[in-house]
Design a binder for this molecule. Structure first.
Ligand code: NOJ
Length: 722
């Protein structure tokens, strides 16, 4: 439909119709015997036929035939405006992929894109138009339950994953029949909730916000995502949902976003609890002025905005603007011509969990796993006698949080996976953690597989916690097994970085498996037996203890940095080793750093070289490093490049990831890995909100993780000297 026609349509709409367009209805409102059991103003909602037919958008529909029916119903309203169906499709629709934090450990953005494409195909054929993903929140604190939904602690890497996800969901464009609109969330800074506590305050300088937190949302916007969701938190003491600087000055004016902004669930109503609005009218007015187009489930646009506009008629054009943005999205998807475009229940059912999608889920699960320790125990040999134990050994749901669209019954459990590959496994009959039986079995076995971590219900939204350790029963079992001399491989299933320092010395090997999705059990078995190789590397630091949190590799320098040698423990007796930034009872460093991960082969790094000692405006520098596969298996190494700006007008991070390569190497093969460093890589946001490049020294670091790094340096000069 032409823009002119859309404008005519808008002109024909009554105010009531407009208010329904900017409101998002929950799927349950369409149920026959619906009675509202919402909190807040939504409890008074009257769901009549007109509301059902004129709904602007609906959240939570799942069944293809139902969606098809409702698409027709909505398009039969007075102005024949189709509705948008939105849903949280976070890491797969029916075929479930590893949780995003796991997927990120593959460092494989193409893989992320492919998984999102598959999710889009399955979901769009079912009738859904938009997904509330990706979550581009940078997270430095695993106490926060939603860390599972993020891709980790690095701004640059998060940005690469965010753009890959948008490209995957939106495919060739949202006009295509197999694409979803992508909604990046939670704008902005939600991952920095204080103390890792869900829905808590966020406060930081604008420089940090820009340098660290905004990059991934911006990348999603640049990649063309059609929706942005506001965060529950405050930014500079103003809740994101009514933050005009965030939603208009930055998002629209600076970044040029032309899609629609939607609130998070009920967050407009939370402006009252946040104490920035006295009533629903004020909340609706503030959100509209700030730039919110769609109200998810607070009801204030539907119930209160009309009254607010009577007091402030100047709000009316803003409502029109919001409605127009929504109509344009519908138009982009071709829904005016065909409200059922792309919906094909038969095709959907053919796509769900089809062979091709499951194969991708298996590949993704393999690549998501990170081998944290291996004292020559893995890979296991087929004939190896194995005892399977631990509180999570029999877990049926290994799909992970935010996978309610999938079915745990479709998930391969660990016992099933081990069986599929013909492993020689003994399992206790009196429970997975029955100490006596497990220990007795272990005495007859070569290795015990201890499967621990956290149940899926302890991850995702509203699951912040302060204890990030294995369950006590698993720890006790581990200690007893070790005491009797059994060899133990610990497999950790979790939605966050765990504290493993108290169990690490007792394990012969540790595999971080996250929640691997539909093919979970098979993928874990493949990795343990070397049918597939662990190649993932952490995108979040694993703390030594919870007390270190937040913990991240790219922190600022302090005035009193700790000496390198003090990091490894030992006597602290010099004055300059006491009055430094450290703990008296714990190391500063994580147990496992960002970028870390082992494989079944080894690599040696040498010869980090720069193409020049100087870089000038408009120029670049090539950094090359030689990487050799010194082991006996073919491997894929994630070669990482970091930069450090040692002197700046503001304090600069100790290091920042700027590039990486996935290098495939045959046993004994050495390759030179070449990176191009450009001026863009040297820039940062100063306190005047300008992205600046300051001349001076830059340190280049390359290596297998954020700690074991070769170093070299160059100088950025504004002019060539004669
Ligand atoms: C609340 C969550 O914070 C958000 O991520 C999600 O998309 C919405 N609910 C809708 O389910």
């Amino acid at each position: 439909m032409e823009e002119k026609k859309l404008q005519e349509l808008l002109n024909n709409m009554t105010e009531k119709e407009k208010l329904v367009q900017v409101f998002q209805l929950a799927a349950c409102c369409y149920e026959e015997d619906f009675t509202p059991n919402f909190t807040g103003p939504m409890r008074d909602i009257q769901v009549d036929d007109t509301l059902k037919k004129t709904a602007g958008s609906v959240i939570g529909l799942l069944e293809p035939e139902e969606m098809q029916r409702l698409q027709k119903l909505c398009a039969s309203g007075p102005n024949h405006i189709p509705a948008l169906f939105m849903l949280d499709i976070i890491h797969g629709f029916k075929t479930i992929f590893p949780i995003p934090l796991g997927l990120a450990c593959s460092w494989d953005t193409e893989l992320m894109q492919k998984t999102c494409r598959v999710a889009a195909r399955e979901a769009r054929a079912s009738g859904i138009h938009a997904t509330f993903a990706p979550m581009a929140d940078l997270v430095r604190d695993s106490r926060w339950g939603r860390v599972m939904e993020s891709t980790g602690e690095d701004p640059w890497l998060n940005a690469r994953f965010a753009e890959a996800a948008v490209k995957g969901f939106q495919g060739e464009g949202v006009g295509e029949k197999d694409s979803l609109m992508s909604c990046v969330k939670h704008f902005a800074g939600y991952g920095a909730a204080e103390a890792g506590r869900e829905y808590n305050t966020v406060d930081m300088s604008r420089g940090v916000l820009r340098d660290m937190y905004l990059e991934a949302y911006h990348a999603a916007v640049e990649a063309g995502c059609r929706l942005v969701m506001t965060a529950f938190n405050t930014i500079e003491r103003v809740p994101a949902t009514c933050n005009k600087w965030l939603l208009t000055t930055l998002l629209r004016e600076e970044w040029g976003f032309d899609g629609a902004v939607i609130t998070d669930w009920n967050s407009m109503n939370e402006l009252l609890a946040h104490s920035v609005a006295g009533d629903g009218k004020e909340a609706a007015g503030k959100a509209l002025k700030a730039g919110v187009d769609i109200d998810m489930m607070s009801g204030h646009y539907l119930f209160d905005l009309g009254k607010k506009m009577e007091e402030e008629p100047e709000l009316r054009p803003l409502l029109d603007q919001a409605v127009m943005r929504i109509l344009r999205l519908k138009n982009e998807m071709g829904l005016f011509e065909d409200p059922g475009r792309g919906t094909d229940p038969k095709l959907a059912r053919q796509l769900y969990l089809c062979e091709e999608h499951r194969a991708l889920a298996l590949e993704a699960a393999h690549k998501s796993m990170v081998l944290l320790k291996n004292e020559r125990v893995l890979p296991l040999k087929k004939e190896c006698r194995v005892t399977l134990a631990g509180s999570m050994a029999g877990a049926e749901n290994l799909l992970g949080g935010w996978s309610f669209t999938g079915d745990a019954q479709d998930c391969i459990t660990i016992p099933e996976g081990l069986k599929q590959i013909g492993a020689n496994v003994a399992a206790p009959r009196h429970g997975w953690i029955d100490m006596d039986e497990v220990c007795a079995l272990a005495r007859q076995s070569d290795v015990t597989l201890l499967i621990g971590g956290e149940p899926v219900e302890e991850t995702a939204e509203a699951n912040s916690k302060t204890n990030l350790r294995l369950k006590e029963e698993d720890r006790k079992l581990l200690y007893s097994l070790k005491e009797q001399g059994s060899r133990v491989v610990l497999v950790v299933l979790s939605g966050r970085a765990f504290v493993l320092s108290d169990v690490e010395p007792y394990c012969d090997a540790i595999l971080q498996a996250w929640f691997p999705g539909t093919e979970a059990g098979r993928a874990i078995a493949d990795i343990l037996y070397g049918i597939a190789q662990p190649e993932g590397k952490l995108t979040i630091s694993f703390p030594y203890t919870e007390g270190q949190l937040p913990l991240y590799y790219n922190g600022f320098r302090t005035g009193r940095p700790q000496k390198e040698e003090a990091l490894t423990g030992g006597e602290i007796n010099e004055v300059d080793e006491i009055y430094v930034s450290h703990y008296i009872d714990c190391q500063n460093k994580p147990l496992y750093p960002f970028g870390y991960g082992l494989s079944y082969t080894d690599y040696a790094y040498r010869d980090l070289k720069l193409s020049s000692e100087y870089m000038y405006p408009g120029g670049t520098i090539q950094a090359s490093v030689k990487v050799k596969n010194t082991g006996e298996r073919v491997g894929r190494e994630i070669v990482q490049l970091y930069l450090c700006d040692p002197v700046g007008s503001v304090v600069r991070p100790v290091k920042e990831l700027k590039a990486y390569r996935l290098l495939e190497l045959q046993p004994g093969e050495e390759q030179e890995c070449i990176f191009t460093i450009s001026e863009e890589d040297l820039k940062f946001w100063d306190n005047e909100e300008k992205k600046v490049l300051e001349p001076g020294r830059f340190i280049v670091m390359a290596g297998p993780d954020s700690e074991r790094l070769l170093k070299s340096e160059f100088v950025y000069k504004l002019k060539k000297e004669r």
